[in-house]
Design a protein around this ligand. Sequence first.
Ligand SMILES: NC(=O)C1=CN([C@@H]2O[C@H](COP(=O)(O)OP(=O)(O)OC[C@H]3O[C@@H](n4cnc5c(N)ncnc54)[C@H](O)[C@@H]3O)[C@@H](O)[C@H]2O)C=CC1
Ligand SMILES: O=C(O)C(=O)COP(=O)(O)O
Length: 527
Amino acid sequence: MTKPKVLISDKMDPNAARIFQERGCDVDVITGKTPEELKAIIGQYDGLAIRSSTKVTKEILEAATNLKVVGRAGIGVDNVDIPAASAKGVVVMNTPFGNSITTAEHAIALMFALARQLPEADASTQAGKWEKNRFMGVEVTGKTLGLIGAGNIGSIVASRALGLKMKVVAFDPFLTPERAVEMGVEKADLETLLAKADFITLHTPLTDQTRNILSAENLAKTKKGVRIVNCARGGLVDEKALKELLDSGHIAGAALDVFETEPAKDSPLFGTPNFICTPHLGASTTEAQVNVALQVAEQMADFLVTGGVTNALNMPSLSAEEAPKLKPYMALAEKLGTLVGQLAHDNLAKIAIEVEGAAAQLNQKPITAAVLTGVMKQYSDTVNMVNAPFLAKERGLDVREVRHDREGEYRTLVRVTVSTSQGDRSVAGTLFGNGQPRLVEIFGIGIEADLDGDMLYIVNTDAPGFIGSIGTLLGQSGINIGTFHLGRREAGGEAVLLLSVDSPVNEDVLAKAREIQGVRLIKALKF
Ligand SMILES: NC(=O)C1=CN([C@@H]2O[C@H](COP(=O)(O)OP(=O)(O)OC[C@H]3O[C@@H](n4cnc5c(N)ncnc54)[C@H](O)[C@@H]3O)[C@@H](O)[C@H]2O)C=CC1
Ligand SMILES: O=C(O)C(=O)COP(=O)(O)O
């Protein structure tokens, strides 16, 4: 088997390359490429490991013909076009915790730097000025810290601030009152936070809701003398309004680690008194960089080599322990999806995926994604586990998951029911012996069959001689029958015939078969 090939395109701790190699991947480290240069080489790679410099745009993804996974050694993924990656079936993963302490510490460092004007005092002292009377700081003890975003980093900042004897007021719509109590912070709305805070620090991602959260209007509502720290993302604070309010003296100080446009080379804020900045250094400590490099390489190599999925942003997680247990179920689920996708191709509106018995003990999301992969394959030839749920959603398919802990007739069962214009239709399968997927029911009729290769599905009226006629037609057409499976509702009623054939059945043969007396439906299937 050829090894998966990974490109590390941003500066990363060398542990990343080491881990990729140890875990069975070939790796190239090529940093500082322009988008055009990256486009020219990306087609060779199965994995792309990045930090914040590489922009994984739609154009790059279009050129990435072999790409299976993008791994972000860090938290923010606003430099990755996730919808475009999902549509292409590329998994996007990040390392959500590896650099949080480091970034929280940078926010606290910037808060102190503002409180005591450290950069300006340092520059003045080193210029030989000894301006002891120019610099007058403020204490942080007893002051109120307004925390915008109380997730991983925000909560670490809160705990450090409480340790510094500050009061913490937090605005985060997803912060529950219980969690606020646990964190020791006061949950507040944004208006209250703006009115109360002596220091404001931001820790949200950049989204449509958070963009410009500190707008000119909101900055004007802050307490006079407020100091603002942004170590999260550029675009959260209106930089023009910030400059005006620093100049007017309403804001006593601001520290930005991140800018609307990066690299920031000529910001109007540069040179403003009481403004300090760093070049997106929030995550830049040796500890954090080792953490995220190790973690991203482990996650990506796991995915490329064993199929384990950790910290993916566009796919359900699948641990290294779960992956081998789920693998046969996913194979079964994809076959059932492929079956219903072919049988209900034109009028699929709703789909229910039920797991029963042993299957109900497992993570159901990957099973659902595998069923949808089988179904959506009938509509597009670039479908996989990542993009199938998105394609299904795009098509307006209503997907429902049901779990029954009880065991039925089988120890373990996956059932897929589709609602079509002819009513609900369901197929079910189980795992036999050493995990072999097996169909056990089709549209209410018990029938046991492996779903493999070319098959023929026939619904007919149960009558003597019918099977012989089908066998004769296929024989005369040079089509060899591999296996033969029969099921019927009752003697003389609706019967189902499922045949595996050694070569595809063409339209001519299907047309002749339709003329055989008793045939109600005949369809060539492919698995
Ligand atoms: N400067 C740097 O080098 C670094 C920056 N970051 C950035 O820090 C930010 C926070 O990271 P984490 O704490 O790990 O993320 P997180 O996902 O754990 O927390 C984000 C919090 O923001 C909250 N939030 C979402 N929308 C909101 C809204 N409209 N108003 C208020 N709160 C809202 C969420 O509920 C969540 O609690 C991210 O943008 C990340 O990219 C992370 C690492 C390094
Ligand atoms: O992890 C994050 O979100 C960061 O912003 C860190 O960015 P970096 O990897 O240092 O370019």
